[in-house]
Design a binder for this molecule. Sequence first.
Ligand SMILES: [Zn+2]
Ligand SMILES: [Zn+2]
Length: 140
Amino acid sequence: MNYEGSCFCGAVGIAVSGEPVAEGYCHCASCRSWSAAPLNAFTLWKPDAVRFTRGERNVGVFRKTDRSHRKFCRTCGGHLLTDHPLWGLVDVYAATIPAHRHRPALHVNYAESVLRIRDGLPKMKDLPKEMGGSGETVPE
Ligand SMILES: [Zn+2]
Ligand SMILES: [Zn+2]
């Protein structure tokens, strides 16, 4: 499958192919501040599954840390994705690719949550062990 999306103004087009490695919600303070929303609906893809279909020269990058390279449209400021080079994964925000139905499996960084979500999915205190976290879960 191929799923297309774009930035807020449409200058930058993006497409992902196949299926994501993982999907869920992140409650960390960085996601909250960057997205200006209480949580981030993420879909993680291998880098070769993600490409820009137009306007790539219009893509800006902000690197607050080496872990996350956040990409956005220079015209509208609309957010596109975050490269996580140390994990070899790309978070294409679920809202950026509306054609792909979001199938969240877990919540991460729930200890930082400002909006409790009682959906019965696992709530990781921080991150799964394989991503460098404690692997611990916390109550909803
Ligand atoms: Zn734009
Ligand atoms: Zn986050």
